[in-house]
Design a binder for this molecule. Sequence first.
Ligand SMILES: Cc1cc2nc3c(=O)[nH]c(=O)nc-3n(C[C@H](O)[C@H](O)[C@H](O)COP(=O)(O)O)c2cc1C
Length: 190
Amino acid sequence: MKNFLYIIVAIVAVVALVWAFCGKSNASQNRTLIAYFSATGNTAGVAQKLASATGADLFAIQPVAAYTAEDLDWQNDKSRTSVEMSDRRTRPEIASRVENMEQYDVIFLGFPIWWGREPSIIDTFLESYDFTGKIIVPFATSGGTPTTADAADSIRQIVAASGTSVPTGKRFPTNVSADELKSWASEWLK
Ligand SMILES: Cc1cc2nc3c(=O)[nH]c(=O)nc-3n(C[C@H](O)[C@H](O)[C@H](O)COP(=O)(O)O)c2cc1C
């Protein structure tokens, strides 16, 4: 009888531990993702600063075929980017997926401004997931274009059917401080 009681107590203890552990790991699951594409490292730098300032998860959107310096020559109207960006239907292939997208409520989406808007690979990303009920907050770096307004309009059109919320977002200089990023992001962080 005593042994039986010990066994019951041990089972209850194990169940309680497992339950406590599961509860804790669910609670600590990140609800915010920073997904970014960066061809020459500027946006990557801002995205990494934003991730360390906010504790959000970080995902690099990487093309199957990396962009070479030649590909990025915007002065050549036959370069890969000139050709891709001149056709709104272009969808460059992405090398890997965010496997747990359903986990996230807020996605900060970073990219360089190309021809005044988001690169086509961002459009591929937007069409790769169901963003219903989520918020996508654009952020960008650029050579001079001061705003992400046109990119946000374009992103809104792509996710329109899902009713995803897309605020205008913001363009940052590469030397933006972690404090400034944190205070900007706080509007969407719970
Ligand atoms: C194909 C191409 C088009 C670009 N178009 C613009 C533009 O319209 N406006 C602008 O201010 N900068 C433009 N840039 C400059 C990039 O936005 C800028 O260098 C950015 O910081 C690069 O970010 P990354 O290092 O993350 O790729 C362009 C760059 C490339 C390669």
